[in-house]
Design a protein around this ligand. Structure first.
Ligand code: KG4
Ligand code: ZN
Length: 349
């Protein structure tokens, strides 16, 4: 029998993403982004994002159906991001998903966005092994997960206690006078710098901190350290060595992420790591992970960047996994959950 056709809807932040997945086959994935509308404000404006989702929703849905050459009546189930994310943005997607579920009389699954960042890799690299670690790094999250089944068995090993990795890059971008979002600019600049020029702190990596927070991250102290260095040069009237700062800062972030993930693999006897989230575009993270995971004999899976930034395919993929696991559908009175915990794959009413 053919696998169910799942419509995935993602509107948790500034991307309206709609995709169609059958089993592990991605039929189509369409994304409309409102990032250009936010850039001039130096950050995402929630009201602007919500309005953009409203405007983009129907055209994005129509484009996805047309490209996949299916009609709404062919859809067997609808998966939508129920959280975590921005309240207004999530509300647009969940309301639209409920309306569609009623219109075509199909089950609705309100799913967890962060788990979607891991789930999507199965569409690209095939079914997951029995056990693996998932590292989700973006502007909003930095979490390390032990995954036995993405729909039914995920344990959060650790997460950031303050800034997310991408958020720290965006803040350092601002300190260095780069445009928003600063992450990709800091990354580009770092390539011209010396990674060992400045010994920036590795958060929660001293013996005492490691004992209490083996898999948690902290990037705010690092950001403050960067601010001090920049101020030091400015106060002395010297030119700020932006490339060296960017390279040394990137090294500190990548080093902590890779080291803690490797420690997790060793402790749990896991030999596969999946990295997801928009920050996985970071070139130093990619290079260092490739190098050190290879040395350790660990298989590294990172989906292409368009499936790492927010998209509909990740939500359709998780919906597909939830259906395959036979979990009950969400009721139509589910609410969005802007702080949805990783322990919940599905939203409750
Ligand atoms: O997943 P994403 O598109 O959005 C969410 O936050 O959910 O992630 C975007 C984040 C931003 O903070 C952006 O600056 C950062 O990831 N980012 C990067 C790079 N590309 C995106 N940070 C460092 N280096 C990059 N190449
Ligand atoms: Zn995301």
């Amino acid at each position: 029998m053919a696998q169910p056709l799942v419509l995935g809807i993602e509107t948790s932040c500034d991307e309206t993403g709609i995709a169609l997945v059958r089993g592990l086959d991605l039929l189509t994935d369409v994304t409309a982004s409102s990032m250009d509308d936010h850039a001039r404000f130096g950050g995402i404006v929630p009201e602007v994002a919500s309005r953009a989702h409203l405007e983009s929703f129907v055209p994005t849905l129509d484009a996805a159906l047309e490209r996949a050459e299916v009609s709404l009546a062919d859809v067997d189930a609808i998966a939508v991001t129920a959280g975590p994310g921005l309240v207004g943005s999530l509300t647009v997607g969940v309301s639209a998903a409920k309306a569609l579920a009623i219109a075509i009389d199909r089950p609705l699954y309100g799913v967890n966005h962060v788990l979607g960042h891991v789930a999507v890799d199965a569409l690209v690299h095939g079914a997951f092994p029995e056990e693996f670690l998932g590292l989700v790094v973006s502007g909003g999250h930095s979490s390390l997960l032990l995954v036995r089944d993405i729909a039914t068995d995920v344990t959060e090993l650790g997460q950031t206690l303050d800034d997310a990795a991408g958020e720290a890059f965006d803040k350092v971008g601002r300190l260095l006078g780069l445009p928003y979002p600063g992450g990709p600019h800091v990354d580009r600049l770092s390539k011209a710098g010396d990674r060992s020029a400045i010994a920036f702190p590795r958060g929660l990596s001293r013996a005492k901190d490691l004992a209490r927070h083996p898999y948690d991250f902290s990037f705010s102290g690092l950001k403050t350290a960067v601010a001090r260095v920049v101020e030091g040069y400015e106060d002395a009237g010297r030119e700020v060595p932006a490339a060296d700062i960017a390279a040394s800062f990137s090294e500190a972030v990548a080093d902590v992420l890779v080291t803690k993930t490797l420690n997790g693999c060793a402790e749990h006897g896991v030999s596969t790591v999946v990295i997801g989230g928009g920050f996985s575009a970071n070139s130093r993270l990619r290079d260092l992970a490739a190098e050190r995971f290879d040395e350790a004999g660990i298989t590294l899976r990172i989906p292409p960047i368009r499936y790492c930034t927010d998209n509909g395919a990740m939500i359709a993929a998780l919906g597909s996994a939830v259906l395959a696991a036979g979990l009950p559908a969400s009721t139509l009175d589910i609410t969005i959950d802007s702080g949805m915990p990783l322990t919940d794959v599905l939203a409750h009413a």
